[in-house]
Design a binder for this molecule. Structure first.
Ligand code: CVU
Length: 468
């Protein structure tokens, strides 16, 4: 749930403020009621009609750890109250005006906004009837984005292993991460992961294997996928969870290739389970985990996850089927199993999941986690860097799923043992291929462009958005 601070700014003339108090209250109360009805926790800072109450109200709202602070303008309001309140506000700022022409609320917002512009204080302006659900929706999107951005600051990324297979797109600058996003990077050698996996609770690993055997379809082949190898992959999951708890990691990435995939097992099962909202012990929090220890991929996923609360897809941009204008987003072994049906019931998702023996790339063996992503409208995004500067590349898409024969035939053209999300992107294939700055892309259900745009602005990241 997001927490929103609301402070109504008034006129500094005592007699005007007294005359207008009822009007302001009626507007701001109905605005707060609309936000509360939309599920937000609202902290009211009351009405501000003097310089000292401006500062005090903003400080009290800030002390309640709000995600975003709204200054509300129902009437003409003295702009210096906004300036003082803004100075005492630590969160992103929204100026919201009532559009009731009976009082000059819009004028109040413009005077305040102009003053903030003069001192370079960033803010967003919104307006409308106070009880308009679209206004509450807009404010909510800003609050979610601000909350997601704030949650990155002070967080830690667990980087298991370094750059995989010379993949520069998977490596970011830790100074830039700290300065721009407030994220620290904890480097963890994969040796630690292997050691912990070997020491993991055998009974737990067996329970995990039995759960997967019961709910998914496991294609043991006696060589590259055996019960022992599957348990080893589950032990790797337990090892990452243990290390994440011990070192207070908020999200992670695992290099895996080539050391673990040559000598230990693929990390596909571990990554899928970490990204899923459940395991054999029931519901759990999503621990965003990027394949190939892809740092910017993980950061994008964590931002998207903090906005939506759902798992986030990690996928290779594998192939474009020109006859259908559909992309095969297909990772080298895992998509969170939640994407198979996007159900809260793991049985429904895992009922569509096949664990296949890993393919020729990965001699150590283990299961690849294969399924076809359920259809639906998706937001696809990725933080990439152009000449050192971050940009958020953003596009809408539609996951498509076909009859069994078509799904199988399409998957057979790339790697059938891996998971597939057939995706119609809202961009010409040539435009996308010429401009996309990475090999990995990420997706969440629904249209989350508004929150991502706001988040990017708060992070000082340029948005590069595609639409046909
Ligand atoms: C199997 C290959 O080594 C893959 O890891 C490669 O296709 C990638 O996933 C690159 O992102």
């Amino acid at each position: 749930m997001t927490r929103i601070g609301v402070i109504a700014i008034s006129d500094g003339r005592d007699h005007v403020h007294r005359r207008n108090t009822g009007f302001i209250r009626s507007k701001v109360d109905s605005f707060i009621a609309a936000l509360t009805a939309a599920g937000h926790d609202v902290i009211s800072g009351g009405l501000v009609a003097t310089n000292t109450t401006a500062t005090a109200a903003a400080r009290s709202v800030a002390a309640a750890s709000v995600d975003v602070t709204v200054f509300y303008y129902g009437v003409w309001s003295f702009p210096h109250f906004t300036m003082l309140a803004a100075d005492a506000t630590t969160t992103p700022l929204l100026l919201v005006a009532s559009t009731d022409p009976a009082e000059p609320g819009l004028v109040g917002m413009l005077a305040a906004g102009g003053a903030l512009d003069q001192i370079g204080r960033r803010h967003t302006r919104l307006w409308g009837a106070p009880d308009d659900p679209a206004l509450a929706d807009d404010v909510g999107a800003h609050a979610r984005a601000a909350g997601a951005v704030a949650s990155l600051r002070g967080s830690t990324f667990g980087r298991f292993g370094g750059r995989p297979m010379g993949m520069n797109t998977a490596v970011a600058n830790t100074d830039q991460w700290m300065r721009q996003f407030g994220v620290d990077v904890e480097e963890i050698d994969q040796y630690e992961l292997v050691l912990r996996a070997e020491k993991a609770d055998a009974a737990e690993a067996a329970r995990g294997r039995e759960w997967l055997e019961r709910l998914a379809t496991v294609h043991y082949d006696g060589a590259k996928l055996t019960p022992e190898l599957l348990e080893r992959q589950i032990r790797a999951y337990l090892a990452v969870r243990e290390l994440a708890a011990e070192r207070h990691l908020d999200f992670s990435g695992i290099k895996s290739q080539p050391e673990l995939t040559e000598n230990f097992a693929t990390m596909d099962v571990a990554e899928a389970l970490l990204n899923d909202p459940y395991d054999w012990n029931g519901p759990k929090t999503v621990h965003v985990t990027a394949t190939e220890s892809d740092m910017d991929g993980a950061l994008t996923m964590q931002l998207m996850h903090r906005i939506t609360g759902t798992p986030v897809l990690f996928a290779d941009v594998r192939h474009h089927h020109p006859d259908r204008d559909v992309w095969d987003l297909c990772n080298s072994g895992q998509h969170a199993t939640w994407f198979a049906a996007r159900s809260g019931d793991p049985a429904e998702n895992l009922g569509r999941v096949h664990l296949y023996p890993s393919v020729f790339f990965f001699p150590a063996g283990g299961a690849s986690v294969a399924h076809f992503a359920a259809p639906g409208r998706m937001t696809l995004a990725r933080l990439t860097r152009l000449d050192g500067a971050y940009r958020l590349q953003l596009v809408m898409g539609e996951f498509e799923c076909y009859d069994d024969a078509t799904n199988t035939a399409l998957a057979a053209r790339s790697t059938p043992e891996w998971p597939h999300a057939f995706t119609r992107l809202d961009v010409e294939a040539t435009v996308f291929l010429r401009g996309f700055g990475a090999n990995h892309i990420h997706a969440v259900p629904g249209d989350r462009r508004r929150e991502l745009r706001v988040a990017a602005e708060l992070l000082g990241v340029r948005v590069e958005e595609w639409t046909r």
